[in-house]
Ligand binder design. Sequence first.
Ligand code: HEM
Length: 372
Amino acid sequence: MSLPSPAGTPLLGHLWRWSTNPVRLLQDGARTGDVFRLRLWRTAVVGYTPDWNRAVLGDLDTFRSIGSLSGLTPYLSAGVVYQDNPEHDPRRKELNPHFHARALDHLLERLDLVGRADLPTGRFEALGWASDVVRRMLNAAFFANTMPDRLLADFLHPLQRAAPGPMIPRPLLFRRLDAAIAAILADPPPGSLAEAMSGMDGAVAEIRVGLAAGYDTTAHTLAWALWHLAGAPEWRQADTLGQVLDEILRLYPAGWLGSRVTARDTTASGVHLPANTLVLYSPLLTHRDPRLWPDPHAFRPERFDDGRPAWGFLPFSAGRRTCLGAHLARAMLLAALRPWSDAKLAQLEGDPTPSAAIALRPRGPLHLDRRW
Ligand code: HEM
């Protein structure tokens, strides 16, 4: 079947648009059809309906991770992120119990301490603040704060650089971080995720990839959340923060694009996909589809009173590859937002429009002001 395609150039296809403004390219593609084709360095087939999401995310044996876009960055081409079956399922079975909501209960106090420490006063930039808070919370959760903050910052910083920053191999830095993780695992602080994972084969790589997968995703989500809460004080109370988070994750899903490679000929949404096709799903497109979400560009947390469409809300993906850190991310976000409930907070200036890096990020910066 021939698929529609957004405008490109005969020679480069969509590569130029992909490297300059992939969000706009995807949005233009979505206007051409529910499933469309992009000519990148290889052909990619993109879909965003619930039906497509179910097909692509529901069958791990056909839609594989190895060979997908995660392989483009050393930060994500390791551990469970970049494993397929038969290895993936047993690895998740080992990891899942340590990341369940109940298993994280004992970390909440530590996260709250970080969230309450040193709230900025006066003018500050939300992304910088959020990145510091999330880095400290990851250190608290994984290592009970025993990882040198400077080393963690050095490791995580390139993830927020413009392309090709996050794609560049940094073997020395990775080795330094791995050595520090291994040292902590050898004598893990009680009650830390490192302690929970200390007996596991490949724990160093799993922790490294967990830090990378959890850092700018959570930090950018937090920055957007605080920005919107500054403009909507009525939503700052603890009992409605869960809905606010859902709405922020709907509008700005940090994991804006997911990729798989077909292991065999198959079909999804009635479209034939030959073996070895690069297949993309996009929570960003799904979450802004007016057929699923009325008035999709508006910030309206109350919309979650009415539930959510099946396979139509995917901030943490879905199926057996759903985000390992979803509960941890929510716990960090709530702990970071709760202290702001009574603050006098105002938006100064900024641009929250989503722009694409490895994780979706505000075109930003987002300047806020806090008064006593
Ligand atoms: C708001 C924050 C976060 C968002 C929006 C997010 C989003 C996602 C998404 C969409 C995926 C699926 C990617 C795919 O396979 O197509 C994913 C996978 C994953 N995430 Fe998160 N994530 C967040 C925070 C975290 C945190 C804090 C951790 C720390 C443990 C983490 C660890 C992982 C891992 C290990 C996977 C791979 C799971 C697998 O393939 O079995 N994430 N995340």
